[in-house]
Design a protein around this ligand. Structure first.
Ligand SMILES: CC(C)(COP(=O)(O)OP(=O)(O)OC[C@H]1O[C@@H](n2cnc3c(N)ncnc32)[C@H](O)[C@@H]1OP(=O)(O)O)[C@@H](O)C(=O)NCCC(=O)NCCS
Length: 154
């Protein structure tokens, strides 16, 4: 568990999973991404599914896993509406990268919709290369794909 400034970053529990679904709009606004929240991730990839917990609840979370070829894939990352711009997203990503390396990751990857300019700026700030990949999500459905090697020292 990582504890800084009263925020504990630790593996998500099943109760945490249901709590972030209940509070979904506080993390995702009007976008409904509940169908992408899979309990199987928390159950089967526990070390790489993390929540940032504080006295007032879950301030953010990252759900991901490590692929057999050594890619730490971030499936979902979000910080609560009142926790944005405080460095929490970066801390969650770093915690994920450290956990992913312990699971054998040598590189990191994530995707987002091409319209999600905030996510693209966030990932660029974290040192990811961003590429628009045509048809990534099927015919005519481009996605922004982020890739980055794991920095040395992790
Ligand atoms: C994307 C998101 C996780 C960023 O979380 P955050 O806690 O605000 O990020 P941080 O405060 O740690 O910011 C880290 C860096 O990203 C930059 N950044 C974050 N959001 C940004 C935005 N919307 N526009 C421009 N830059 C942004 C910050 O300026 C910061 O840069 P710096 O460290 O070089 O100064 C958060 O905005 C969010 O939950 N969005 C809704 C869910 C979402 O779209 N998730 C990503 C798709 S999977």
């Amino acid at each position: 568990m990582i504890v800084i400034m009263g925020i504990h970053i630790a593996p998500a529990t099943v109760a945490d999973f249901h709590q972030v679904l209940t509070d979904h709009p506080r993390y995702w606004g009007e976008r409904d991404l509940r169908a992408l929240h899979l309990l199987a991730l928390v159950q089967e990839f526990g070390p790489t599914c993390l929540v940032a917990r504080a006295e007032d609840g879950i301030r953010g979370y990252v759900f991901g896993f490590v692929t057999p070829d050594g890619t730490g894939y971030v499936h979902l990352i979000a910080t609560r509406d009142d926790a944005r711009g405080t460095g929490l997203g970066r801390r969650l990503h770093t915690a994920f990268a450290e956990a992913a390396v312990r699971q054998g990751a040598r590189r990191l990857k994530a995707i987002t919709s091409v319209e999600n300019t905030g996510s693209i700026a966030f990932h660029r700030s974290l040192g990811f290369d961003a590429e628009i990949v045509d048809d990534y999500n099927g015919p005519g459905r481009a996605m922004a794909v982020f890739r980055r090697d794991v920095p040395s020292g992790i």
